[in-house]
Unconditional design. Structure first.
Length: 753
């Protein structure tokens, strides 16, 4: 049964100081009693069994998994607990979780790039198997029996010949005294015996969220806490010359006005600097901030203009760039082509615009610094805080809360550093809360991108030449000066891994300067690259009069695996081994066929109705989508249905993967029909959702999700669905109207008539 515990925030923070994030939920249950002899043998003081950094079992049999990855709606806390429960042979109602602080002992904690299950599916299995095996040994020793006759089943160990049982709680003390076996001596269970992985399980966090007990960044509060609202320079790289605090200090509740130093440009993870208004309540801090008078030195980016910058990128893709992949002789093949195609594609600056803007709590006491915040990377945050505040790493604790969305923004650490610096300076607990306006105007933006594709078709309509140029500012520019050329990681996100078998190929990257603070974004550069490639292959199919799905399947030319070493291409493969996670064109073809079969592809449509298709590999997974749209003669667009499929290897938590794909569809529709970020005189023009348009709920289409059943190694699920949505919709618009969309977000005036 489940018991909800009503915790004050003060008690919550006190509890967190020693035991991680408390979500106010406990699980209790029963186990079969052991015989009196066994009870006597196990008598003694309470003892926890903790064979590794992730698992603890107490004398009551409660299993606690320390989750070291951040939860932002992707279901990782539940997914890892499912893996553990199966491999430990535990009963699900008696498994709970605690959130880990930032600590290197847990391994990689950077919850980014759809890697959590891929990186920790096997380690969590092994951790659970280690504990299970030690419990079985403890039972065998208690019974003076052979270990071969002892088996863990449903939260107890059974002696198979006699049917005797001992619960995990009864075995915890004995197991804690055993040596921990080495990994090679640990036996993993056959996944076919799993009861939870691959099945529907209620989220561990669902009840606390529904009852308002879940703790997000903005929820953290303690008695005597100060509130900070920070005025930052409107232009990236600018600094305050002077400021007048009198107006702010005249506001009731405002106590101090402090200048936060600006990190040197490029700032990396460190703060932009600014003027912090400190008050005893958030309203006073915000109102006091409005009364500040600040004179800014706008710095070198004051002339940045997004319209002019787009033109600069267009110039860059119309001349040769750095060749990152080449085959055959593009120039000769293109010159001899029976039909030539050229197209340029554009995607704007983008803001993550998460539901929860950045917020961070910090407290400095006794030389120690505690920071509690919705961070995707607590270890990285600790490193940045140490750098910015000068507090020794051993004296800094970073504790993640739940995240109200992340999308890469909360993998950056500036807002935690602001709170930490203020807490140290004030010698008081303080919370920094960003407004929606702060979030949109001072984000780490997704880069603007312009691409030019040129293709040649032979007399039979087959593609024989393909040149693709991409121009976008490198994310490295946020961390190092004069970084103008995208690195292999960014180019490996849908560009250098172009899957079509075309004999004469050239891929080139331009070098362009950055004028904005750039950062990670959900699906990252796969968004523009998939948009361009999936659109251009559709343009090729249309030029030949062939069915796009058939055209794609033919020129994927699978089954085959792309050998990047033989092609002399630097392809990091999202950090995964190319042997374990090859670029498997056969899997792309299979998932393409799946959405074709399920979506009604080829069925008769109404006038000005069309279907479009796209397929793409990212984060080691494969996704495909078919969009059905209707465009009225007046240009009103309705996305009526999206069929989307994913092949992400072993699916631990199918219900959450389905939800992530549904969310990917909505995220992709927003990229297609929402807004971009524009800049004038160095400053972002958008401030809130009245100017940064977010697609509303009534535009949600009918969504059908298909998960490919497979025993392949698990891969990403949160990111891979996004890149195929926009090109599928735009290709469907072409099928419905004959109008080709090459700019995102769509200008609906282009659809009139």
């Amino acid at each position: 049964m489940t018991r909800i515990v009503n915790l004050s925030r003060r008690k919550m923070l006190k509890g967190m100081a020693g035991s991680g994030l408390i979500l106010g939920i406990q699980f209790t249950g029963r186990s079969k009693a052991a015989g009196e002899k066994e009870k006597a043998a196990l008598a003694g003081p309470p003892a926890n069994f903790a064979p590794n950094a992730y698992i603890a079992i107490d004398q009551n049999g409660l299993v606690t998994l320390t989750v070291h990855r951040s939860e932002m709606g992707q279901g990782i806390r539940t997914s890892l607990a499912m893996i553990l429960a199966d491999e430990l042979a535990a009963s699900w109602p008696r498994v709970t979780v605690r959130q880990a602080d930032g600590d290197a002992k847990y391994g990689d904690q950077d919850t980014n790039k759809s890697r959590s299950i891929r990186l920790f599916y096997t380690p969590i299995r092994r951790a659970g198997a280690t504990a299970r095996q030690m419990l079985e040994v403890a039972a065998a020793q208690t019974w003076h029996a052979s270990i071969r006759d002892c088996r863990a089943v449903d939260h107890e160990v059974i002696h198979i010949p006699t049917g005797r049982t001992l619960s995990f709680g009864q075995l915890a003390k004995g197991a804690s005294m055993l040596p921990v076996p080495t990994p090679e001596k640990v036996r993993l269970l056959d996944a076919s015996s799993y009861r939870y992985v691959g099945h529907t399980i209620p989220s561990i966090d669902l009840v606390p969220m529904l009852r308002g007990k879940a703790i997000f960044g903005a929820d953290v509060a303690v008695q005597g806490m100060r509130f900070a609202s920070i005025e930052r320079c409107p232009v990236y790289g600018g600094k305050a010359v002077s400021f007048d605090p009198k107006g702010a200090l005249a506001v009731h509740g405002v106590e101090r006005v402090i200048e936060i130093p600006a990190a040197a440009t490029p700032t990396g993870h460190l703060p932009l600097g600014g003027i912090a208004v400190i008050a005893n309540n958030s309203w006073s801090a915000e109102q006091g901030r409005k009364q500040l008078k600040v004179q800014w030195d706008l710095g070198p980016n004051a002339t940045h203009d997004s319209t002019a910058y787009r033109a600069e990128l267009e110039v860059a893709v119309r001349k040769p760039g750095h060749v990152v992949r080449s085959a055959g002789n593009f120039d000769a093949a293109f010159a001899l082509s029976a039909k030539k195609l050229t197209a340029e594609y554009f995607t704007p600056y983008l803001a993550q615009a998460m539901m929860e803007p950045p917020a961070a709590f910090a407290e400095a006491s006794g030389g120690k610094l505690l920071v509690v915040a919705p961070t995707q990377d607590p270890q990285g945050a600790k490193t940045a805080i140490v750098q910015f505040t000068g507090v020794p790493e051993s004296d800094v604790t970073v504790r993640p809360t739940l995240l109200g969305g992340g999308a890469g923004r909360k993998a950056m650490h500036d807002f935690l550093c602001e709170a930490a610096w203020l807490a140290k300076t004030l010698s008081a607990p303080v919370k920094v809360t960003w407004s929606r306006e702060d979030d949109l105007r001072h984000d780490y933006y997704h880069p603007m991108c312009v691409q030019r594709l040129e293709g040649g078709l032979d007399k039979n309509g087959g593609p024989i030449a393909w040149r693709h140029r991409t121009a976008f500012p490198s994310l490295a520019a946020t961390f190092q000066a004069n970084a103008t050329t995208p690195d292999a990681d960014q180019l490996g996100e849908g560009f250098t891994d172009m899957p079509y078998l075309i004999p004469n190929l050239r891929l080139e990257a331009a070098s362009v300067p950055a004028h904005m603070r750039l950062g990670w974004f959900r699906s990252s550069m796969n968004i523009p690259h998939a948009f361009a490639i999936c659109s251009f292959i559709d343009e090729m199919a249309a030029a030949t009069g062939k069915d796009p799905a058939n055209f794609i399947e033919i020129y994927l030319a699978g089954p085959r695996k792309i050998d990047f070493k033989a092609l002399q291409v630097d392809y990091p493969n999202y950090g995964g081994s190319i042997q374990d996670y090859p670029v498997d064109v056969g899997r792309m073809q299979s998932i393409l066929q799946l959405v074709v079969d399920r979506s009604g592809w080829g069925e008769q449509l109404m006038p000005r109705q069309g279907r479009g298709i796209a397929v793409h590999r990212s984060y080691l997974s494969y996704a495909a989508a078919v969009a059905l749209v209707q465009v009225s003669p007046e240009g009103e667009l309705a996305v009526q249905r999206i069929d989307i499929a994913i092949d992400c290897g072993v699916t631990v938590y199918p219900d959450r993967v389905k939800a992530l794909m549904e969310d990917a569809v909505l995220f992709g529709i927003n990229l297609t029909l929402g807004s971009g970020i524009t800049v004038k005189n160095g400053a972002v023009e958008q401030a809130n959702f009245d100017t940064y348009r977010i697609v509303r709920a009534h535009l949600t289409p009918e969504i059908h999700v298909y998960i490919v059943p497979t025993s392949a190694l698990p891969t990403g699920a949160a990111d891979p669905g996004v890149p195929v949505v926009a090109p599928a919709i735009c290709n469907a618009i072409f099928a419905a109207t004959g109008k080709r969309i090459r700019t995102l977000p769509i200008d609906v005036t282009e659809l009139h008539g």
